[in-house]
Ligand binder design. Structure first.
Ligand code: G6P
Length: 594
C-alpha cells in the first residue's frame, strides 16, 4: 500500500509528479506529499488526497527532480506531519512497506542525538541515510548501508540535496519500477502512473538498488554488482472504465461487466493447461478479500467439473500455518492486483516447495503474473473504484473456465455438460446487463438497509460465497455492519441477532427449499426478508419476502446476476449515506503490507 513516484525530466517536475501520484491513489489516499530538489528542497504535505497538494505548489517548486507519496497509514495517524517525504539533513525519502525493526532503530538513533518529526516507521530511513552521508558515503552507498540494517518490506526513493539530478531507489519486498523515456528517468509503484512521462520500465527485484539520472539508469544488487532487469513498454492503452455518465467509477465499473466478461472469456478460451496442472490431485486456491469470495463461489464448480478436491485458503493464514502439502497439489492464486503481500508470500512458499502455481490475475505486469507457472488472466481492465466489482465477476468466470479446462483435460466433462455450461457462459454478459436494469428495486432495498443500519446475508453453495461478498461490499462502501452466513449455520448462533425489522438478504440458488425454510425462520422472528432469486423459485419466495428481486438466469447465470445485485445494493446504500463510493475510508485497492 502507499504509492511512491519520483521523476527527473529536465523541466519543472512538480505538476507531473502530482498527476502521477493521482494515478497511484488506489494504493492509499489518506495523506500526500511532495519534495522537489532546487537549491535546497521544496516540501509540501497535506492530509487527504494528492490533489490537495496543488494549491501549495509555488515558485519554490521549480526543480527538475522530485519525489512524491500517497499514503495508507500504518504507523501514525493520517496527518500532514506523518505524510512522506520525510526529510532529514538534506535527504528526502518516500517509502512503501513496513520497517519491522523501526522501534529499535529509532531508539538507537535518538540515543545518537537524532530528533524525529513523525510517528512513522519510515522516518528511520532518512535518518540512517543521513548518518551514512555524514560519515562520507556517496548517495547510492549511503542507501545501501541503511538497507543493511532495515528489517521488513520496503520500496524507497531517495532524493539528495547534494545530488539534485539523481534519484536512488531500493527494493526489498515491496513492488517498485524504474522507468526511462526521452530525457527522463522515473520511479513508481506501478508503471501506469508514468504513462506520458516515460516509455519503458523495469521491475526491480528484491535486493536491487538503482541510480537514476537523465543520462541513464544503473541497477545493482546490494553488494554493488550490476544486474540486468527486463525492460517492458509502459502501457498507454489501459486506462480503465470511463465514467459514461455515472457519478462514480464504481457504478460505471458495475455497468462495464458485460464487456469485461466478454474480454476475459475471449482471452481464456484458447488457453490450454500444461500437463503438470492437468494432472492435479488436489487444488489449493489462495486469495484475500473479494478475490477469496470469488474463489469460494467457484470451489464447487471446480470440484464438480474436474472431480478434484479443491481447498480454499485465506492467504494471510495459510502463509504461516505450515500446512502439509500433499503430492499432486496445484496452487491457484486469485488476485486482481497481483501484488497483495500475503498472496505473494504464499506464492514464494509454493515455489520453494516446487508446487505448480496458476495465477488468476488482472494486472498482467504484476509480480504474481511474472512469477507464476501459468497466468490464467482476467481482463477486467483497470478498476478505479477501490471496491472490486468487474474484477470479481471476471474472477468467477476465469475460475469456471479453469474448472472446465481441468475437467476437459481429465475427461470428466460429458459433452452434454460441456454444451450446457458453454451456453451458460455465453449468456453471462447479457444476464449482468439485465440484472443492472433492476436497479430501482435494488435502490429501494438499499434505502431500507441504510435506515436499519445492519444486514445479514445468507446463501448456500455458491450463494453462501456470494452472501459473503454482498456483506463485504456493503461494509466497505456504506460502513454498515453486515454479516454473512451459510444459511445452514443460521440457527447455530446468528439467529440471535434477528430483531423486528432486521434486513436479511437471501442469495437463493441451489437447495432453494432449504434456504426458504431458513428465510421462514428469520421471518417468524420479525426479519425483513429480501430474496435475490431466479424466476424458477420466485413464487415460493414472493409469499414470504418483504422484497423479492426476481433476477435473470439460473444456475451459473443466477450467481452472476446476484453479484450485480449485491454490488448495486452496496453502492446505493453508500450513496444514501453520503459516502465516498470510489474511495471509502481506511481502504486501499492494493494491499502490499501484511
Ligand atoms: C483489498 C481490496 C479488495 C481486494 C483485496 C485483495 O482489500 O480493497 O477489493 O479484494 O485487497 O486484493 P487482490 O488484488 O489480491 O485481489
Amino acid at each position: 500500500m502507499c504509492g511512491i513516484v519520483g521523476l527527473i525530466n529536465g523541466h519543472a517536475v512538480a505538476a507531473d509528479l502530482i498527476t502521477a501520484l493521482g494515478r497511484l491513489e488506489y494504493r492509499g489516499y489518506d495523506s500526500a506529499g511532495i519534495a522537489v530538489a532546487g537549491p535546497g528542497f521544496a516540501v509540501h504535505k497535506v492530509a487527504g488526497r494528492a490533489a490537495g497538494l496543488i494549491p501549495g505548489i509555488n515558485q519554490t517548486f521549480g526543480g527538475q527532480a522530485g519525489i512524491a507519496h500517497t499514503r495508507w497509514a500504518t504507523h501514525g495517524r493520517a496527518e500532514a506531519h506523518n505524510a512522506h517525504p520525510h526529510v532529514v539533513d538534506g535527504v528526502a525519502v518516500v517509502h512503501n512497506g513496513i520497517i519491522e525493526n523501526h522501534a529499535e532503530l529509532r531508539a538507537e538513533l535518538i540515543a545518537r542525538g537524532h530528533r524525529f518529526a513523525s510517528e512513522t516507521d519510515s522516518e528511520v530511513i532518512p535518518h540512517l541515510i543521513a548518518d551514512a552521508c555524514a560519515a562520507g558515503a556517496e548517495p547510492a552507498e549511503a542507501v545501501r548501508q541503511a538497507c543493511t540494517v532495515l528489517h521488513g518490506a520496503y520500496a524507497i526513493a531517495v532524493l539528495f540535496e547534494t545530488a539534485p539530478d539523481r534519484l536512488i531507489v531500493a527494493r526489498q519486498g515491496s513492488p517498485v519500477m524504474v522507468a526511462r523515456g526521452d530525457g527522463a528517468a522515473a520511479v513508481a509503484s506501478d508503471p501506469a502512473a508514468l504513462a506520458g512521462f516515460c516509455t519503458e520500465y523495469a521491475a526491480l527485484a528484491d535486493g536491487d538498488i538503482a541510480e537514476l539520472g537523465r543520462d541513464g539508469i544503473a541497477i545493482m544488487d546490494f553488494s554493488g554488482r550490476p544486474v540486468v532487469r527486463k525492460w517492458e513498454d509502459v502501457n498507454e492503452g489501459e486506462t480503465g472504465t470511463e465514467l459514461r455518465g455515472f457519478t462514480t467509477y464504481t457504478r460505471a465499473e458495475i455497468a462495464a461487466q458485460p464487456e469485461a466478461l466478454r474480454r476475459t472469456d475471449a482471452a481464456l478460451l484458447p488457453l490450454l493447461l500444461p500437463d503438470a496442472v492437468a494432472a492435479a490431485e488436489r487444488i489449493v486456491v489462495v486469495a484475500c478479500g473479494s478475490s477469496l469470495f470469488a474463489a469460494a463461489t467457484a470451489r464447487q464448480w471446480i470440484e464438480q467439473l474436474a472431480g478434484v478436491p479443491c481447498d480454499l485458503e485465506i492467504a494471510s493464514e495459510y502463509r504461516t500455518r505450515e500446512a502439509p502439502i500433499s503430492r499432486g497439489t496445484v496452487a491457484v492464486l486469485v488476485s486482481q492486483s497481483g501484488e497483495t503481500a500475503d498472496t505473494l508470500a504464499v506464492q514464494t512458499l509454493f515455489r520453494e516447495k516446487r508446487v505448480p502455481v496458476v495465477a488468476v490475475v488482472n494486472v498482467a505486469q504484476s509480480q504474481m503474473a511474472r512469477d507464476a507457472d501459468l497466468v490464467w488472466p482476467t481482463k477486467a481492465g483497470r478498476e478505479l473504484g477501490v471496491a472490486a466489482t468487474k474484477s470479481f465477476t471476471c474472477q468467477m468466470l476465469a475460475l469456471v473456465r479453469f474448472g472446465l479446462a481441468l475437467g476437459l483435460a481429465r475427461g470428466t466433462v460429458t459433452s452434454c455438460r460441456l454444451a450446457k455450461i458453454e451456453r451458460e457462459i455465453a449468456g453471462l454478459p447479457e444476464i449482468c446487463h439485465q440484472a443492472e436494469a433492476l436497479e430501482p428495486q435494488l435502490a429501494a432495498i438499499a434505502r431500507m438497509i441504510a435506515m436499519e443500519n445492519e444486514a445479514l446475508f445468507l446463501g448456500r453453495g455458491p450463494g453462501a460465497a456470494l452472501a459473503a461478498e454482498g456483506a463485504l461490499k456493503l461494509k466497505e462502501l456504506s460502513y454498515i455492519r453486515a454479516e454473512a452466513y451459510a444459511a445452514g449455520e443460521l440457527k447455530h448462533g446468528p439467529i440471535a441477532l434477528i430483531r423486528e425489522g432486521s434486513p436479511v438478504l437471501a442469495c437463493v440458488g441451489e437447495h432453494a427449499e432449504k434456504t426458504l425454510a431458513n428465510a421462514e425462520e428469520v421471518r417468524a422472528r420479525g426479519a425483513c426478508v429480501v430474496a435475490l432469486v431466479g424466476a424458477a423459485e420466485a413464487a415460493r419466495f414472493e409469499r414470504i419476502a418483504e422484497h423479492c428481486v426476481v433476477l435473470p438466469g439460473s444456475g451459473l447465470g443466477l450467481v452472476f446476476a446476484q453479484a450485480v445485485a449485491v454490488q448495486l445494493i452496496a453502492v446505493h446504500a453508500a450513496e444514501v449515506l453520503g459516502r465516498d463510493v470510489d474511495r471509502p475510508r481506511n481502504l486501499a485497492k492494493s494491499v502490499t503490507v501484511e
